[in-house]
Design a protein around this ligand. Structure first.
Ligand SMILES: [Zn+2]
Length: 135
């Protein structure tokens, strides 16, 4: 059975609004919540400032991790946008996932700012499995 990830409506809204606010570049940030439930989105600056690539700004990344930890919350995944093309993980996304999520524990969300489509995936050993992203 296909895995499910549930989004609090506020989290989905935050995510899409943020992705649109940084156009034409890709947006990125953390998904915070509880296992398969995303409670909120925490934006992190895209240090690459590119429409086709994202790199979490190291300082903002550490600050976000610290704040999430201090609030007793958990990072359940990472989200970024694809201003151009399909919102499906690119080859680079799959390679990146191998580095920062080697055990495939995270939900990887890719947003299309143009359509507001939010898709969720698990990425393990180069294999991409789409999850059902539900409210
Ligand atoms: Zn991507």
């Amino acid at each position: 059975m296909r895995g499910v990830v549930r989004f609090a409506p506020r989290a989905r809204e935050q995510l899409i609004t943020h992705c649109r606010s940084v156009l034409p570049n890709e947006a990125c940030g953390y998904l915070v919540g509880d296992e398969e439930h995303v409670e909120r989105f925490v934006p992190v600056r895209n240090a690459a400032a590119s429409p086709s690539r994202f790199v979490l700004d190291v300082q903002e990344q550490l600050a976000a991790e610290h704040a999430i930890d201090a609030a007793g919350e958990t990072i359940v995944g990472i989200a970024h946008s694809h201003p151009i093309g399909d919102n499906y993980p690119s080859q680079i996304d799959v390679e990146d996932a191998r580095r920062f999520d080697p055990s495939g524990a995270w939900v990887h969300v890719v947003v299309s700012p143009a359509t507001g489509s939010v898709r969720a995936f698990r990425i393990l050993d180069g294999d991409v499995e789409e999850l059902s992203a539900q409210p």
